[in-house]
Design a protein around this ligand. Structure first.
Ligand SMILES: [Zn+2]
Length: 220
């Protein structure tokens, strides 16, 4: 284990600097990258809270996490997420996440939103469970316009454990929130299964959600 950490030392998710001990980000980034507590209302009317705007060093950290499978980046992202949720999520009964398809999970080796949700829930001291499953492989959202995005996520998710959803106040975690259509569809499924309330959270919210961007947002 020690040899491994010598060969592959942990690096700050935001600047790439080698960090040691129990740190999750370097001293400089810890003081310079401020958790913002951004909030947006997604198409279903639910709130989505995030510590970051999806740009710059944060965007790189999330892309690295998601596409290069640098799982260590989840440590800092989850901490930042838990930090901005600590008061608002106090009456949450259960945490869940927006799942990727089985195929994507196999290819990637993990589900980035699941790992983020599990770590965030642990920090908040709330139970976490898989409450949603992806039942249809849809096209990635980032190539679609606003109307197509809403249609593209329709009936893609289903309730995984209805008995854990009924009458519960749920915190739903995703990695990035752009238009919020994916989260909104997941909220619809959770409400159909009897959820009492759903609060959404993401590691980052894109800075201009209505403008079409060429980012890797909503890639699932
Ligand atoms: Zn750094």
């Amino acid at each position: 284990m020690r040899l491994l950490s010598l060969l592959f030392p942990d690096r700050c998710p935001y600047c790439g600097q080698i960090i040691s001990g129990k740190a999750f980000e370097c001293e400089v980034c810890r003081s310079e990258i401020i958790s913002l507590r951004l909030e947006m209302t997604i198409p279903s009317g639910n709130r989505c809270i995030a510590p970051f705007s999806y740009e710059g060093k944060v965007r790189n950290a999330i892309l690295e996490y998601k596409f290069s499978s640098i799982k260590f980046n989840a440590e800092s992202l989850a901490r930042r997420l838990a930090e901005v949720l600590s008061d608002i999520a106090q009456d949450t009964d259960i945490v869940c996440w927006v799942p990727v398809s089985k195929k994507r999970r196999r290819e990637r080796g993990f589900d980035q939103s699941e790992l983020l949700a599990v770590k965030t829930a642990r920090l908040l001291g709330i139970n976490c469970a898989c409450l949603l499953k992806k039942i249809k492989n849809n096209e990635t959202q980032h190539r679609l316009d606003k109307e197509q995005r809403a249609a593209n996520v329709k009936n893609v998710y289903a309730a995984a454990k209805p008995e854990l959803i009924k009458d519960k106040r749920i915190l739903l975690v995703d990695d990035i929130c752009t238009t919020g259509n994916t989260l909104a569809e997941c909220c619809r499924v959770l409400y159909s299964a009897g959820a009492r309330s759903v609060l959404c959270a993401a590691a980052a919210i894109t800075p201009t959600p209505d403008k079409k961007r060429n980012d890797n947002d909503d890639i699932i």
